[in-house]
Design a protein. Sequence first.
Length: 604
Amino acid sequence: MSFALHGQAVSRGIVIGRAVVMTTGRVDVAHYFIEADQVGKEIRRLVAARDAVAQEIRQLQSGLANFPASDAPAELTALLDVHLMLLEDQALAKGVSDWIVGRHYNAEWALTAQFEVISRQFDEMEDPYLRERKADLEQVGERLLAALRGEAKSLFDQVTADEADAHRGRTDVPPVLADKLQPDDSPPLVLVARDLSPSDLLQFKQSVFGGFVTEVGGKTSHTAIVARGLDIPAVVGARQASQLIRQDDWIIIDGDEGVVIIDPSPLLIEEYFFKQRQGSVERERLHRLRHTPSVTLDGAPVQLMANIELPADAEPALQAGAVGVGLFRTEFLFMGRTNKGLSQLPDEAEQFTAYKAVLEAMHGLPVTIRTIDIGADKPLERGMRPSSEDHLNPALGLRAIRWCLAEPAMFLVQLRAILRAAAFGPVNLLVPMLAHVSEIKQTLLMIDRARAQLDSEGLAYGPVRLGAMIEVPAAALMVDIFLEHFDFLSIGTNDLIQYTLAVDRVDQSVTHLYDPWHPAVLGLIAQIIARCQEKGKDVSVCGEMAGDVTFTAFLLGLGLRNLSMHPTQIPAVKQQILRSHAKNLEPWSRAVLDSADPQSVALT
Ligand code: PEP
Ligand code: MG
């Protein structure tokens, strides 16, 4: 029977496919399809892992047997017996090998898929003692995964989409869906997880998944932001999704409405196919605007720039019609690195190559390189993160510029790389999360020091325009001081909203309070833009508000002429600009600012 789950619509589009459910902690196992002739080998890997774990447990048992009876914890002996029983369970072994033989899942994927199935059966048990054995099952699963890990591939390590299609098979495809597929096509796979980190998502680009659903996350969490950049349908904050959706269920993700439909009826599949087609036609229509200059009806040019995460994103940004990069989130170069220790962060040469690659790809258009903004919901790998304790609030901790100033050697490496890359094209150097005059001064000193080092080493570097992000209310309230030190400002609305309203941007339990239309937020934005205009300094918005078409008219009416967003959002925002008369919008924007209920002020 069909049912629906509701979450946050974070990345538009519709995907109809088969669910691949991964609960927390299991997301980081490899998921890839194996070749038909590797089935035997994969099963042998599993058997070897099972034997190794069984051997380990038996050794533990014999170790316990040597204890004096009074010292040997009876529960431990019983527990190990249960683990051995689970390991030797034929139904479990058959279930796992069925995934390998029938679906060509790799061993780790097959194991986690079968553990999902069994763990549901445990959840449904009446007897509380048996229900609690689920913990044992999980421990056995972890031991097996650890035994497999020696040769495991990395997260989302994939075969190519073509290879995947060859294996996915068309078994059990609902007839209405089968009718819509090309003869050689297989239905998409949709990932259902409790949570995905932004670095997980970066690997999504090469993965076999056509969309995803998570249980946690808000609209401006970095997971959502990266999903928008990938342009794949996604819904976050769909509570209990990984419990209610079963492995292999047919599901529809409606990334426009934030709805996930499980086990859809043929009628619903038809309806969503129709919506999917309409969406593609609309995108195609908007795409045709990519070479049209972005100018309002009354002739005001508006610069539409791109937010990017990796050098490879520069090319799609150009394709979408961006006239520069307004925000290069360089922290993504630092994330998802599995080695431990600060020494494993990208060195100067690697960073320089990445920044130069973006400048070259943008062919002389300006590139805004933001210094590393690690922390909060963008952690480094374990062992490499800023040293916030787990119980502290990372959004208020050693994040972004705070971390950079606490790790001056690391920061200097990045500044040197940016300055050197600036010899190859126009660079705006942007600093996130500044709130204190002392931070401004220390940052500027660090930039001077980086220049002095390069001078003394005789290394070439180029000029940069210096900019600060305004994303903390304290900074918004002292814009004049910022303008004494910086050439331009960029408003990070994602964080400005979070910190103004004291609402964690990743916590879906307070998502309803994360209100970009809050009068305090709008007032701060208006004030920042007005001060920049008075001082003749450039100002842009680079948070998610910039790509949200419902804000375009308001921002134009405030006089904003520079917006930076994910490239996929550029065409729709451009369409809004082409239809707007900037001068006529000014009184309306003022009325919105004066209202206690800004969204009720109709645009006449
Ligand atoms: C912002 O806070 O609006 C912003 C653009 O930075 P990030 O989303 O990377 O924190
Ligand atoms: Mg920010």
